[in-house]
Design a protein around this ligand. Structure first.
Ligand SMILES: Nc1ncnc2c1ncn2[C@@H]1O[C@H](COP(=O)(O)OP(=O)(O)OP(=O)(O)O)[C@@H](O)[C@H]1O
Length: 342
């Protein structure tokens, strides 16, 4: 287990510590009449906030001269499936890392079940909420087998025996549709399989504990780079590990709420109920998924249609990508000419 020890600090940073604060019941989200009308950047009115698991309040984050987040505010409630969308480079992954406690905001607050979190997540933090981050790249440890990757936190932090963990790993792999891959290395898996292994790792939990806290999972572009069918499989898996309002909060291996950062229409339609639209460092629109395509907000309309005309200007990120594409094309044509002249 030496290899696992070397990598412990990395993965521990992806999960908040687990301690129950004693909230036993979480009412599902209750939407009032106002949610039916176009509601651009305001939170939908709720009867109360007792079901809020995570709240970002006026969060700012800069990297050097780049002011990425400029007053982001939103709430994630128990039972919700929320998508964060918006142009490239607008700070979607950054806000996930801030929620997960891997990055500290420059200004503003993050509340976890009503308690203000001061900065980065610490090993001894008492949060009453487990937060898992599933990285875009799957972030598996290359030198560990699938079994060791999926069972990593339990091998390190639980009192479960190796046999118990092994059994649980097999069950969690089966839950994401993978069988007989326990002894493989990540390099022996396809991109879609890696994403499923990462999902299995994020939903595994210590079943010997008396109380299991609710868990929020944060997915960073879980279907990026997958073919349409593999995307559908992952989208359905994301749904399948989610508890609905009527389910018991904190059921082992079940996710109370989740947040998905995505650019994929299929993922928005299939795996998400409510959307937050991030643009120029702020939430400029929020609404239910079916309101997205009918919204009259000009930013949303432009984004949904993919039009070049509208308030969203081509970002520096996109320009850089375009420059790279152009220079790649130039190199290719130079190379072609060179080959032709030989
Ligand atoms: N650690 C960092 N140091 C410096 N700049 C960073 C860092 N993390 C992110 N950035 C910059 O912040 C901006 C926002 O990045 P982020 O990954 O949050 O955007 P995004 O909306 O998720 O983009 P995409 O949709 O393209 O994945 C980018 O310009 C990125 O280069």
């Amino acid at each position: 287990m030496k290899r696992r020890n070397e990598q412990k600090s990395v993965i521990c940073a992806c999960m908040t510590s687990t301690r129950n604060l004693g909230h036993d019941e979480f009412p599902g989200p209750k939407f009032t009449e106002s949610s039916k009308s176009e509601n651009w950047s305001k939170e939908v009115n709720h009867e109360d906030d007792s079901d809020v698991l995570i709240e970002c309040r006026n969060v700012y984050k800069s990297f050097g001269e780049k002011h990425i987040l400029r007053g982001v505010s939103f709430k994630i409630r128990h039972g919700e499936a929320v998508g964060i969308i918006g142009p490239s480079g607008t700070g979607k992954s950054t806000i996930l890392k801030i929620i997960a406690g891997l990055l500290a905001p420059d200004k503003g607050e993050v509340y976890i079940r009503g308690r203000k979190r001061s900065g980065l997540i610490g090993d001894d933090e008492i949060s009453g909420l487990r937060i898992g981050l599933v990285f875009q790249s799957a972030a598996l440890f290359d030198s560990l087998t699938v079994r060791e990757n999926v069972g990593f936190l339990l091998y390190e932090n639980s009192s479960m025996s190796d046999d118990q963990i092994s059994q649980l790993v097999t069950e969690n792999l089966a839950a994401v549709g993978l069988k007989g891959v326990e002894e493989r290395l990540p390099s022996e898996l396809s991109g879609g399989m890696k994403k499923r292994v990462a999902l299995a790792r994020s939903i595994i939990c210590d079943i010997t504990k008396e109380s299991i806290e609710p868990e929020v999972l944060l997915y960073d572009e879980p279907t990026a780079g997958l073919d349409p069918i593999a995307s559908t499989v992952v989208e359905d898996l994301i749904r399948s590990v989610h508890t609905k309002d009527e389910d018991v909060p904190g059921e082992p291996g079940k996710i109370s709420s989740y947040v998905v950062v995505t650019h994929q229409h299929s993922t928005i339609k299939r795996a998400v109920d409510r959307l937050l639209f991030l643009h120029e460092g702020k939430v400029v629109w929020q609404g239910m998924t079916d309101e997205f395509t009918t919204s009259i907000n000009p930013i949303v309309r432009q984004f949904a249609s993919g039009s070049l005309d509208g308030p969203i200007r081509d970002s520096q990120e996109n320009k850089l990508q375009h420059t790279r594409l152009v220079s790649d094309k130039k190199s290719l044509s130079c190379y072609a000419k060179l080959m032709a002249s030989k």
